[in-house]
Write a new protein. Structure first.
Length: 127
């Protein structure tokens, strides 16, 4: 059903575009391409404008109605709307750490007793 309505919407949009382009507006439109007469030779000046206007209004109404129906149909689809709403596995519970925390069994290293002699110091003067 969705594909059929989408097909009708595409056909309607093509008819609507053609009806709008054929109307003579400020610049004459595509209706004036056939030697200046356009559709006026076929139906006369006033009737062609009325017919194209009616076709435009009907196609626009059908386009809006089908767009609304397709939007409602797609919002009620069975697929999840978001990746987060999909079937994601539940996270595993966090295990609490045992208290008190065990201390390291190795003793800390002892620092050297005195500062090491540096090579750029002068020896004390002799008196």
């Amino acid at each position: 059903m969705y594909a059929l309505l989408l097909f009708v919407l595409i056909i309607d949009s093509l008819l609507l575009a053609a009806a709008v382009l054929l109307q003579a507006g400020q610049g004459g439109g595509l209706a004036s391409l056939g030697g200046g007469a356009g559709t006026e030779q076929f139906m006369g000046g006033r009737q062609a404008t009325t017919l194209l206007t009616k076709i435009t209004w009907w196609c626009a109404g059908i386009f809006l109605f089908l767009s609304l129906v397709l939007a409602v149909m797609s919002s009620h689809s069975a697929a999840p709307r978001s990746v987060l709403e999909g079937s994601a596995p539940a996270p595993a519970p966090v295990q609490p750490a045992p208290l008190p925390l065990p201390l390291p069994t190795t003793p800390p290293a002892t620092p050297p007793a005195g500062p090491p002699p540096s090579s750029n110091q002068r020896p004390p003067p002799h008196r």
